[in-house]
Write a protein that binds this ligand. Sequence first.
Ligand SMILES: Nc1ncnc2c1ncn2[C@@H]1O[C@H](COP(=O)(O)OP(=O)(O)OP(=O)(O)O)[C@@H](O)[C@H]1O
Ligand SMILES: [Mg+2]
Length: 259
Amino acid sequence: MPTKITAITNQKGGVGKTTVCAALLSCLHQRGARVLGVDLDPQGSLGFSLGLDIEHCATVYDIFRGAAQPEEVILQTDTCDILPSNILLSAAELEFNKPGREFLLKAALSKIQDQYDYIVIDTPPALNILTVNAYVASDSLIIPMAPEVLSLLGVSQIKETIESVRNYYNSRLQVLGILLNRFNARLNLSREMLELAQQIAAQLQTKVFQAKIRSSVSAAEAPAHGVSIMDYAPRSKPAMDFEALCQEILGESSSEEVR
Ligand SMILES: Nc1ncnc2c1ncn2[C@@H]1O[C@H](COP(=O)(O)OP(=O)(O)OP(=O)(O)O)[C@@H](O)[C@H]1O
Ligand SMILES: [Mg+2]
């Protein structure tokens, strides 16, 4: 990655944020990098989908309320280290109302980030204080979109949030790109969708990634097996596409180009 801390974000639900997060963590781990995944979604899907028992562990919430240190909350999986979350974090909006509330995650990560090459943050389907914490702590954002919910509606809200964070808290925040997930190049609609995604990218002053993630039932099955798609079905279309995405982000030349 050109940057160290990246948040996967889109206020729309079900576009593939958690899937992308788990796959990227896995791709980076396979390259020998030290990686940390941070789950900022009270649904707890990132930790759950990597096989953790998120109901009975300390979480990001305990760090934010000052009851635990980050290193006490980190759990290890076969893929990476995880700062897990669960439903208790949904109290954040009401509970964390003191000045500085936007910096809770940044402060926590500053204590442990030297131990990692990359940190990837999963965010909730909302633009709330948790999302803002992710943007404040990050160097960059990746915005996954799914064709079914692809629309210009909602772009202005995410744009406003990114701009506010840049103006007030984190001027270096950049958008690495928009990632089309569940992409089916054979659909007649796909060209229109790509054009729409490019319009959205232009509004956010970013690009649409060359790599597009195709659909496969394996992507939906992987979470129940407690591993990312990269380990569950490494030869599946989405796994190959995520590998291409990782190469694109890291600026590596793909094996096809080399041949
Ligand atoms: N490329 C894909 N092919 C098939 N299924 C996919 C693909 N990507 C994601 N899915 C499935 O779609 C559903 C939503 O994906 P995911 O949970 O990653 O989205 P999300 O944006 O994190 O959702 P939320 O907003 O609720 O956090 C999941 O069941 C997931 O397994
Ligand atoms: Mg999710």
